[in-house]
Ligand binder design. Sequence first.
Ligand code: NAP
Length: 286
Amino acid sequence: MKIFAVLGDPISHSLSPVMQNTALNALGLDAQYLSFRVAKENLRYAVLGAQAMGFSGLNLTIPLKEIALKIVIPDDLARAIGAVNTISFGGDAKEEIKGYNTDSFGALMALERTGIKIEDSRALIVGAGGASRAIAYILSLRGAKVSIANRSQARAVELANRVGGHGFGLDDLGKLVPRADILINATSVGMKEGDPRLIDQSWLRPGQIVFDTIYNRRTELLEDAFRAKAVAIDGVTMLVYQGAKALEIWTGLKAPVDVMERAVRGALEEREKAKICLNKDQLKEQ
Ligand code: NAP
């Protein structure tokens, strides 16, 4: 049996196991995809241990993607982005441990599915962390004019310099958002109910592409985008395509993306129902 896993800290929220196990099953492979909570300082041991135990591949999530560069041999894309989210093992403990970045492909597919022409478009990315790095790099490579706005402006400027764009603070969003053809939220703001709005609905316009990388819930930004008649894209497509690319790297087989997307959306619906049940039970107790 082939074993795959996702490592991160925290990890219990990850939808990769349900998505990848459904895909492995659909491909008829004798394989299991697991998840492990691994702290940053233990990543080296975890990766070497997985190799020693004959694992076939790993995914990495927060906060391990950047530190992994020091542990694996990254391909050119992962090195240029500065983050690894997929690891492949050759099957022999003496073989090289290779690292890839498939987040950039996932984000690109999410945007391309709308039919938008990326070349020469004005793309505004809010956030300057790992996800933003992958998206900024690939959009810039595809010829978009990239601007980055971040809470810590210095980080936005540093990333913008790497990709040939412009960096801003969040105070500039009011003038930047209306001018953007593509607006991307690559911050963690919106992951939790009650998070503040970074973007005012009045700054959005019909036809604008609004892509929120968050996939665990329907965010206020996406609700506002619907109301403004913008084209709203959630983070599920990015999640599915980054996972599909990883699966293809590991198995050499074409990933069943539709099956994967249905598995993720189904799991999200189940979570939503569980939350409603929990709320009802809490009400009964009061
Ligand atoms: P990260 O490296 O920790 O970066 C977090 C970013 O959010 C930073 O730019 C940070 O700004 C900003 N931020 C955090 N709290 C904020 C606040 N209260 N106000 C304003 N900005 C704030 O995380 P990441 O890995 O890039 O992930 C970012 C988002 O991308 C998450 O929502 C994650 O779910 C999503 N993501 C989605 C996929 C997918 O497949 N759909 C894949 C990867 C990531 P500072 O620099 O100022 O701290």
